[in-house]
Structure formats: structure tokens, C-alpha cells
Design a protein around this ligand. Structure first.
Ligand SMILES: Cc1cc2nc3c(=O)[nH]c(=O)nc-3n(C[C@H](O)[C@H](O)[C@H](O)COP(=O)(O)OP(=O)(O)OC[C@H]3O[C@@H](n4cnc5c(N)ncnc54)[C@H](O)[C@@H]3O)c2cc1C
Length: 473
């Protein structure tokens, strides 16, 4: 215990709580929120620290990017989700360092003590050593990324509506999505649908036939982690609806408005005003920091190799869960996938283990229940693999919809999402086609050439108010 470093003055039971163990959870994503929910109203003091004040439902980010839903529909304030429990304190800030010897961490310029620490900082995107591609091809990991993709595409369509140059118009109506995993397929499917419906109804000068959405990946099939039959069904649907698949093609370079592809044959350039990146995932930089501080190992994605109880060697008081950990104590030794389901289950198990440990009890080993995976490829069309039961089309979409509505944390969001989905199916209208963001760029398409100043660079804007970088930093 490090009482002098406690900063919590919890009401109304602060006196009683002062003797309770202090559990600090870093990261209010799927895993961290589950830890807090399971520890709520238990005899522990919990502090949840996150650099955002909301929990983000990442699986629906592509719907923000394609104007189907608004940012607030896929995000829930952490204070409302978990901060209302009397023993849970939510604090906004980015954890920047760890002092394992003194059991404290650093954030917002202060040191805070803990008895038990749970790191649940998730992952960010990686460009495989080509960070210069990031501004040209935004990833889709945080809300601002999705809004930026939407802004670029809508700005391109606005400019296309006004240009008299057919070549330029073709360029402005072209999109390249890099990465044919679930996020890339969902994004490509949704963007092509958005462009077709918007151009048919809202843009008088544009032609649907000139829309071009290209999905690029180095692998030879879409959805490579799913069953091959589902890949075939998804690929057929995408192609039928106007998405061009360029598989087996490696991105060699990205320049403003251009993607260089290397595959069989001659390298070729794709030209597109909107380029999006869903190809690479890398664990939060706190994984590397923890490795430096504790000597624990990380894998090639920067994920911390954890022990069966999610601790790291020599530190039973420190657990790492969710996308930030590599948990390979499985029947086949393969690490659990970086998905919401495992993250939630890890969070629940670790919280239970902490509580049982306080009572001197041992926990049963962690067992992951694989609920399967799914991807929605278009309106009323999804592919789903539910532990061997494989479905496609409308049934897949219904299962996908039910699963996502069950998973989304806030009831209000559940109702809004269902309404928006049904409205879109009935009318083909999207309610969130707003060009927001950086007004100084709202003249002409920038294709990532210019960069808005970070809030930290704007006089009078505090660090706390600055938009945070992606979870992986
Ligand atoms: C576009 C997209 C689509 C996806 N679709 C699916 C899907 O369909 N099904 C599925 O199962 N999974 C999906 N996933 C994966 C799933 O979202 C992740 O596996 C899951 O979010 C991991 O949960 P987590 O709690 O580990 O991390 P996250 O949910 O990423 O949460 C991490 C939290 O930590 C905070 N944080 C990070 N660093 C710090 C720091 N230093 N200090 C303070 N706070 C910090 C972040 O702000 C964030 O709130 C998708 C992911 C993306 C990006």
C-alpha cells in the first residue's frame, strides 16, 4: 500500500474504503470496463483511467465513417457506464509511465499508487514502418479516424459535383481501402453503398458507373481468418455490389492520392481521392514500456506475453488484458484473437481472480468461450461463423444485428442504432452525412497533404483538452 499517494476521496463511504485495496484499471475499452463492472460494489477501491472520457464500440466505427450513424451512437461516457458505482472513480488522462517497484503509475504529471494494476490499453494501427503513409491513408481505430474518412469522402464527392474535368471527377469518386479483414470488408461494402445511394439521389452531376471502390490486400482472399466458404460469399457480394478486389497485391508506397501496388507482374498505381488503411494492428505502446520496466516479453505485435493468470513474471499484482496481451495458454497454444469477446472474458476473469485472491481463494483456470466471428458486408448481408455454424446473407445480418445490439453497452445507443438501421433499410437514407472536422480544409480535397495543428500547438488549448492519439498511440 502507498497511502500517501492515494488521491481518492470517495463519498459517502470514504472512511471505510480507505482500508480497501486499491485497484487501478488503465483503459476503459471492452476489457477495462468489464473489470470495473465486476468490481463495482465489491470491497475494493477502483480507479479507472482513460485518455478518453468514453468507451468506444469499435466494431461499428465503419458505420460512422460511412455516415450511417453518429459518433455518439457508438460511444458511451465512462462516468455513466461505471463511474456511478460508489467504489469506482473515473479519471481522464494518459498513463505515461510505470514504477513497478513503488507500485505507482504516472499520468497528468502525478504519481498514483496502486495495490493491483490492470492494464487494458488495447491496440492501435501500424503502417509496418511507413508512418509517412498515416496522414495519406487514415486508419480506423478511434472516432476521429472514422470522422476523417467520412469527411474526406464527402469532400471528394462535393468537389466532384463541381468539376468539369472528367479525369478529376473519376479520381474524386475513387476510394481505396487497404486491408481485406473484417474491418476493411465492412468499410468497403458500406462506402460503396453510401456512394451509390448518395450519387443516385443527392448529386446531380455524378454517375454511379464512375464510382470506384477498390479493396486491396496482400493475402489471396477476403476475411482470411474466417472459413473459406464465408470468404467466397463475402467476395461475391462485394464484387456484385461494385467493389473491385485486388488480392495478392502488396502496398509498396502511398503518395498523395496514389497507392503503389506490388504483386505478380508490373507494379501499378491506383489513383483515389480517399484512401483508408485497415491493414495493421499493433498493441498500445504501454506494452513496450511494461517490457522495459519489468523485463517481460512482448510478441512481434507488441503484445505482452502473459502468464495463465494474466500477470507478468515477478509481478502477480499486475495484469494485462484485452488486445494488449498475448494469451497463449490455450488448448492449441495459439494466442487468443484480438477481439471484443476475449477482451470482455479476460476482464471478467481477472476481476473475479482479484476478488477471490482477497479472500485467499484460488480461481479456476481461465477458459475462453469462443462465440465465433461475423462481418457485415452490406445492408442485410453478413457472414457469420458461430462455432462451426456458418451462415450468410439475411440470416447472418440478423444474427450480427442481435449480437451487436446485445453487446453495445448503453440502452439509449441500442435504441438509436436499431432505429437508424431500420430507417436506412427502409429509405436508403443515411442520417449522419455531415462534413465536420477541420473547417480550414473544407475548400478542395486535401488528400492528406495538409495537417491541422495538434491542439497542443494551439495557444490556449490545454493538453487535457487535446484530441488523443489512437489507443496504440
Ligand atoms: C474498426 C474495428 C472493427 C472491429 N470489429 C470487431 C468485431 O466486429 N468483433 C470483435 O470482436 N472485435 C472487433 N474489433 C476488435 C475489438 O474492438 C478489440 O479487440 C477490442 O476493442 C479490444 O478491447 P480492449 O479493451 O483490449 O481495448 P480497447 O477497446 O481498444 O480499449 C483501450 C482503451 O485504453 C485507452 N488507453 C490506451 N492507452 C492509454 C493510456 N496510455 N492511458 C490511458 N488510457 C489509455 C483507450 O483510450 C481505450 O479506451 C474491431 C476493432 C476495430 C478497430
Amino acid at each position: 500500500m502507498a497511502p500517501e499517494r492515494f488521491f481518492l476521496e470517495l463519498e459517502p463511504t470514504a472512511a471505510m474504503q480507505a482500508s480497501w485495496p486499491h485497484v487501478v484499471v488503465v483503459g476503459g475499452g471492452f476489457a477495462g470496463v468489464r473489470v470495473c463492472q465486476a468490481l463495482a460494489r465489491q470491497p475494493v477501491r477502483v480507479t479507472l483511467i482513460d485518455k478518453r472520457n468514453f468507451n468506444l464500440f469499435q466494431p461499428l466505427l465503419y458505420q460512422v465513417a460511412s455516415g450511417l450513424v453518429s459518433a455518439a451512437d457508438v460511444a458511451s461516457p465512462l462516468r455513466q457506464m461505471v463511474g456511478q458505482a460508489p467504489n469506482v472513480q473515473v479519471l481522464l488522462g494518459e498513463v505515461t509511465d510505470l514504477d513497478l517497484e513503488n507500485r505507482s503509475l504516472q499520468f497528468n504529471g502525478h504519481h498514483y499508487g496502486y495495490d493491483q494494476l490492470v492494464l487494458a490499453c488495447g491496440s492501435g494501427s501500424t503502417y509496418f514502418g511507413h508512418e509517412e503513409w498515416r496522414p495519406l491513408a487514415p486508419p480506423m481505430k478511434i472516432l476521429e479516424h472514422a470522422q476523417e474518412i467520412r469527411r474526406r469522402l464527402l469532400m471528394a464527392l462535393e468537389e466532384a459535383e463541381q468539376t468539369t474535368d472528367p479525369q478529376r471527377r473519376q479520381f474524386l469518386q475513387s476510394v481505396v481501402v487497404v486491408g481485406a479483414g473484417p474491418a476493411g470488408c465492412e468499410l468497403a461494402g458500406s462506402l460503396v453503398e453510401l456512394m451509390h445511394s448518395a450519387i443516385r439521389r443527392d448529386f446531380k452531376q455524378l454517375q454511379v458507373e464512375l464510382c470506384r471502390v477498390v479493396l486491396v490486400d496482400a493475402v489471396d482472399r477476403v476475411l482470411p481468418t474466417m472459413h473459406p466458404n464465408l470468404s467466397v460469399a463475402a467476395a461475391e457480394y462485394l464484387q456484385r455490389n461494385g467493389v473491385e478486389l485486388l488480392l495478392g497485391s502488396m502496398v509498396g508506397a502511398i503518395e498523395p492520392g496514389k497507392v503503389l501496388l506490388k504483386g505478380e507482374g508490373e507494379p501499378r498505381f491506383l489513383e483515389a481521392a480517399t484512401i483508408c488503411w485497415t491493414a495493421g494492428v499493433r498493441a498500445s505502446r504501454l506494452g513496450k514500456l511494461l517490457a522495459e520496466r519489468s523485463g517481460c516479453a512482448v510478441d512481434r505485435l507488441g503484445r505482452v506475453l502473459v502468464q495463465p493468470d494474466f500477470s507478468v513474471p515477478g509481478h502477480p499484482e499486475l495484469r494485462v488484458v484485452g488486445d494488449l496481451c498475448s494469451y497463449s495458454h490455450t488448448s492449441d497454444g495459439a494466442p487468443l484473437p484480438g477481439m471484443a469477446g476475449p477482451a470482455v472474458q479476460m476482464g471478467a476473469w481477472v476481476a473475479g481472480d482479484i476478488l477471490r485472491g482477497l479472500d485467499g481463494q484460488a480461481s479456476p483456470p481461465f477458459r475462453w468461450l469462443d462465440l465465433g466471428s461475423m462481418a457485415v458486408i452490406g445492408p442485410l448481408f453478413a457472414v457469420a461463423d458461430l462455432r462451426g455454424l456458418r451462415v450468410t446473407g439475411l440470416l447472418g445480418w440478423l444474427l450480427w444485428g442481435l449480437a451487436h445490439l446485445a453487446f453495445i453497452p448503453a440502452t439509449e445507443n441500442r435504441i438509436t442504432l436499431l432505429t437508424r438501421w431500420l430507417w436506412q433499410i427502409a429509405t436508403r437514407q443515411r442520417s449522419a452525412l455531415l462534413i465536420t472536422g477541420r473547417p480550414e480544409q473544407h475548400i478542395g480535397v486535401d488528400v492528406g497533404l495538409t495537417r491541422a495543428p495538434a491542439a497542443a500547438e494551439i495557444p490556449g488549448v490545454s493538453r487535457l483538452a487535446a484530441p488523443a492519439p489512437g489507443p496504440g498511440g
